[in-house]
Write a protein of this length. Structure first.
Length: 81
């Protein structure tokens, strides 16, 4: 698991094979490093967390831009406000 810069203002965090509360800890740590307006592309495969992640990160601090699915892998784009 590593926070990678995709391009200016966009980062990716690959959390495939991580589940449950560990996801939230890693995501929160990554989002804390972003500046307002920057985007985190979160890649994960825990289907049970899909709805909970959308609810948790669509708030006054963050905005979920989109969630896509390719096979068993989800990608969620979250912008820090």
């Amino acid at each position: 698991m590593k926070l990678s810069k995709v391009k200016d203002g966009t980062y990716e965090l690959d959390l495939r094979s991580y589940e449950g509360s560990h996801l939230y800890l890693y995501i929160s740590n990554a989002l804390d490093k972003l500046k307002p307006g920057e985007v985190l592309n979160l890649v994960y495969d825990d289907t049970y967390s899909k709805e909970n992640l959308s609810l948790a990160y669509n708030s006054t601090e963050y905005e979920v831009l989109e969630t896509t699915r390719k096979g068993a892998t989800y990608t969620m784009s979250i912008r820090k406000k």
